[in-house]
Design a protein around this ligand. Structure first.
Ligand SMILES: NC(=O)C1=CN([C@@H]2O[C@H](COP(=O)(O)OP(=O)(O)OC[C@H]3O[C@@H](n4cnc5c(N)ncnc54)[C@H](OP(=O)(O)O)[C@@H]3O)[C@@H](O)[C@H]2O)C=CC1
Ligand SMILES: N[C@@H](CC=O)C(=O)O
Length: 821
């Protein structure tokens, strides 16, 4: 309603403050400041824990136990509020003390009789709101604000014979119109929760129904807005304690709010929405602790961008659910079967939260609160005793330990693929869905999962909320040398760019050969290597896997940027725990064929990926090309190439006249070589690449099957790396001479590897004629010739930098991103 204030049209607002906003004098002062001097109506809950204490006093009295302490606690709390906020209001103090006297008398009656009917219980529970409303009225009057206290049980009339109660709108409207006759000038403080029943006695709307009271008054007062003040700044897309990326929602439609409230989200009491929806009165949910902060608006029509931006608005979950199934061939086609099942449950006061019936009618499945499972099972077994004995019903299945997760959003309606968006991430993470329903409004999708999967499922579905969905990838990196450190740089550089494309990358762990460092996002650290060195945690692949297990994310990736056999041998353990593996390390793919097959088998079984594009030719797209060619039906006959960046560089320099060792040391400094350059010189690095390629084209080749030419001087083959680096210079002449002889009249030399589909494999120095494609190579370039059924006459050629930290780290990065696709 808009009230005319002189020439101005004034908004009329109804506020509602919850118990936590009124829990002590400081909080009530804050409420007084929020209300200010503008005339409005304010509905209040009982202060702090008052209602629970009143309930406790009744329980104690019923057990004939002493409730003095509880009453003393209540008395002290309220008297201290009165003396702090409205000390000179003697009437208020007297009224309160007389209420306490009456309360004690009622509790004595209960204790003596051992009886407390609903009517008496509701009457007693209503004291809390009367006291808080009177105290807030006193506090406002104390500040000179024109305020009147309204006992809702004098103006709000209900029928409380059934739950939920029904409001007598006509009678209440008349009473409200009469009572609130000075709205232009006065603020009214109204008790929430309570009303008058058809017997003329003070009753309640229902437990936790102060929100509902405020909606009723907002409707009766034709308010232009209802503001519900609570202790959090609005509604969140999920419980932020479970889903770290949960965001505060700016807008919700009435129907979204209704579904979220029904399925357990702490939005507002579900009954609150209907009267507001009917009148088109917006609801705003705000924090009384941060009144300036924007809250959540609940309105009829969402603005278009809001609607398009989110497929899922909010996620709720109800833990401790039992799944029940009434199942048997004898219920197929029996009319009224479902009605019988649910009327038995109704009679046993078991509320059903979700129903799904198979189209064959063979079973009726439903979810209830786990604490009601025994009662429901007994009632159904009793009712269907004859059917169970005849075998028409197999038996009543009941299993606890489930959680029910509901995704809600107007965006889910009539949206092809919406259901898939919710359930696919669960399938990817191997979370079994035990029951599923989509609300007939299509606005909600509910899945029932095992309780232990609840938090992960919530996180995974939450990642699907946005349009398009956010892909989250968490990375653990082992080995922070040349490639590892460059990868960290590239991830840092691209993190924000990818974020805008809805890809969230987080580096959650790094490990060297001695230390392990874990954190939420190490890409935010500027001194990562120092922190790793200073870490208290020892390097340990098991501890790393355990840490990754504790993170809720669909895509967890282990990146191995070492040249360690030990780490390569641990891949199966990571894969078996649902962790993808990406690596430039060639050791895994060149272990025995058995290990090679096992890796792939474990990855398949656990629905994860093992990616290693950089095993051959660094960042060049060789492995993926071979895969595509073969998947599309090509047959690879032979692969030949210069596969070593280091040897390519050395031979290119030697071909131009530079000395061998000088070229080797330059390659080492440029980061082209293996951690131990003898791995390159010995031909073993190229041999590994050839084995890897052979296996890619389906040839079962072992490393020992490759014919290898070793360029490392014999006396430097088994010493330490340091000694090798010290002594290699003395072999320069001999090596340069050796190559000169090999070159003879040839145009150039290169170290070439080749493998055929019949398993012939060799790596050696090749003397090249002028028209050989390898003669044109430069720097650390690699060149690969693929001869296949389709590329028979002229091979497919892939060429480019075949070593170096930048291109290799980029190849690893590409593999990581490919996982999220
Ligand atoms: N350089 C290149 O151009 C290319 C390299 N590759 C491959 O990439 C891998 C890394 O190469 P690169 O970065 O050049 O080598 P680096 O020697 O620069 O880095 C390797 C890192 O691994 C660490 N490390 C070794 N063993 C372990 C272990 N058991 N646990 C944890 N960390 C360990 C070392 O650190 P520390 O021992 O000090 O802890 C070192 O920092 C190699 O497998 C290589 O074959 C692939 C394609 C191209
Ligand atoms: N040392 C290797 C690095 C890439 O695998 C090379 O030089 O090719």
């Amino acid at each position: 309603m808009l009230i005319f204030e002189g020439e101005l049209l004034m908004e009329y607002i109804v506020h509602k403050f919850g118990g936590s906003s009124l829990a002590d004098e400081v909080k009530i002062e804050r409420v007084v400041n929020i209300i200010g001097t503008t005339p409005q109506s304010v509905v209040v809950s009982a202060s702090g824990k008052t209602t629970s204490l009143l309930k406790k006093s009744i329980e104690l009295a019923l057990e004939n136990k002493d409730s003095t302490k509880v009453i003393a606690q209540l008395t002290e709390h309220h008297l201290s509020l009165i003396s702090a906020l409205c000390p000179e209001d003697k009437t208020l103090k007297n009224t309160f003390e007389s209420d306490v006297t009456h309360l004690k008398q009622m509790l004595t009656t209960i204790a003596l009789s051992g009886i407390c009917g609903d009517a008496l219980e509701y009457f007693i529970l209503g004291f809390g709101e009367l006291w808080s409303a009177q105290i807030l009225t006193g506090a406002l009057q104390h500040k000179g604000i024109n305020t009147e206290f309204i006992d809702a049980s004098k103006v709000l009339f209900i029928d409380d014979n059934h739950k939920p109660v029904s409001v007598d709108w006509q009678r209440s409207q008349q009473a409200v119109d009469q009572k609130f006759n000075d709205r232009k000038h006065k603020t009214y403080i109204i008790t929430g929760f309570i009303a008058q029943n058809q017997e003329g006695v003070r009753s309640i709307l229902g437990m936790n129904c102060s929100d509902y009271s405020s909606a009723i008054f907002a409707k009766l007062l034709q308010a232009s807005k209802l503001v519900i003040w609570t202790d959090v700044a609005g509604v969140y897309s999920a419980n932020p304690q479970v889903v770290k990326t949960a965001r505060q929602l700016k807008q919700l439609s009435y129907k979204e709010a209704l579904e979220l409230a029904y399925f357990g989200a702490s939005v507002v009491h579900p009954l609150t929405i209907n009267p507001m929806m009917e009148m088109g009165i917006p609801i705003e949910i705000k924090s009384s602790y941060e009144p300036q902060k924007q809250g959540t608006e609940i309105i009829r029509a969402l603005d278009k961008t809001n609607l398009e931006q989110y497929l899922i608005k909010g996620l709720t979950s109800i833990s401790n659910v039992a799944l029940m199934r009434v199942q048997g061939a004898g219920i197929i086609g029996v009319s009224g079967m479902a009605a019988k099942v649910f009327s038995v449950l109704e009679q046993s006061q078991v509320s059903v939260m979700m129903i799904s019936q198979s189209s064959s009618e063979y079973s009726i499945c439903f979810a209830i609160e786990a604490k009601l499972a025994k009662r429901a099972t007994k009632a159904l077994e009793r009712h269907f005793k004859a059917e169970i004995e005849r075998g028409d019903i197999e038996h009543i299945y009941c299993e606890t330990g489930y959680a029910m997760i509901t995704a809600v959003g107007d965006g889910l309606r009539a949206q092809p693929g919406a259901l898939a968006r919710v359930i696919k991430p669960l399938a990817d993470a191997k979370i079994n869905i035990h029951a599923i329903t989509q609300g007939s409004s299509e606005r909600s999708i509910t899945v029932t999962v095992k309780k232990e999967d609840e938090d992960l499922a919530l996180n995974l579905i939450h990642q699907q909320a946005k349009n398009p969905p956010v892909q989250e990838i968490v990375i653990a990196l082992i080995g922070v040398g040349g490639i590892g450190a460059e990868l960290v740089n590239q991830l840092k550089q691209q993190q924000q760019v990818l974020h805008k494309q809805n890809i969230n990358l987080r580096l959650v762990a790094v490990m060297s050969s001695t230390k392990l460092l874990c954190a939420d996002d190490l890409l935010l650290e500027s001194e990562l290597l120092h922190q790793l060195k200073a870490s208290d945690c020892k390097a340990d692949t098991n501890a790393l896997a355990k840490y990754l297990q504790s993170i809720s994310c669909a895509h967890k990736v282990l990146v191995d940027a070492t040249a360690s056999v030990g780490i390569a041998r641990a891949y199966v353990d990571f894969l078996a725990q649902g962790i993808h593996v990406v690596t430039p390390n060639k050791y895994a793919n060149t272990q025995s064929m058995d290990y090679y097959r096992k890796l792939r088998q474990v990855a398949r079984n656990h629905n994860v990926t093992f990616k290693y594009e950089t095993n051959v030719c660094a960042g060049l797209p060789l492995i993926s090309t071979l895969e595509t060619l073969q998947k599309t039906g090509d047959k690879i006959h032979k692969i030949q190439g210069v596969f070593s960046g280091t040897l390519s560089y050395i031979f290119n320099e030697v071909n131009k006249g530079k000395s061998f060792v000088e070229s080797l040391m330059l390659a080492y400094d440029k980061g082209y070589t293996e951690p131990d350059p003898r791995e390159d010189l010995s031909g073993m690095d190229v041999a590994r690449k050839v084995v890897c390629l052979a296996r890619e084209i389906g040839v079962s080749l072992e490393l020992s099957d490759v014919e290898v030419q070793n360029l490392t001087p014999e006396n430097l083959r088994s010493c330490s790396k340091e000694e090798f680096l010290k002594k290699i210079n003395s072999h320069d002449k001999e090596l340069t001479q050796q190559l000169k002889v090999l070159q003879g009249k040839a145009s150039a030399l290169h170290f070439v590897g080749e493998v055929s589909d019949i398993g012939e494999a060799k790596v050696s120095v090749a003397s090249l004629v002028q028209n050989s494609p390898f003669v044109s190579l430069d720097g650390a370039d690699n060149m690969v010739l693929i001869y296949s059924k389709r590329y028979a006459r002229s091979p497919m050629v892939i060429r480019g930098a075949g070593a170096g930290v930048e291109v290799t780290a980029a190849g690893v990065f590409g593999d990581i991103l490919a996982i999220s696709n």
